[in-house]
Design a protein around this ligand. Structure first.
Ligand SMILES: [Cu+2]
Length: 95
């Protein structure tokens, strides 16, 4: 009984996150925190993006989309290109 209550609470807390689709975008040419800031700023203007995390070590931009919203590969590539960088690959993680 206690365990099932615990599980129910955990799921109710995590479920909004579980719905969100994320994309891991590997980006060429991103080397310093200024690059990261530029890319974050670019995606802060994108309606569908809830959160944008940049990992400089792995050269990864992780985009978390709002519920029922996402960007196509082309839209992501366009935004990265406009920020001055090149996309190497996009990996989608669906709930
Ligand atoms: Cu830089």
């Amino acid at each position: 009984m206690k365990l099932s209550l615990f599980v129910a609470i955990v799921f109710s807390v995590l479920s909004p996150l579980a719905w969100a689709e994320t994309a891991k975008v590997s980006v060429n040419g991103m080397v310093c925190s200024f690059c990261a800031q530029g890319i974050k700023k670019k995606f802060s203007e994108a309606k569908a993006v809830e959160k944008c995390d940049v990992d400089l070590d792995k050269k990864l931009v992780q985009l978390t989309f709002k519920k029922d919203q996402k960007m196509t590969d082309e839209e992501i590539k366009k935004s990265i290109r406009e920020a001055g960088y090149e996309v190497r690959g996009i990996e989608r993680i669906s709930p």
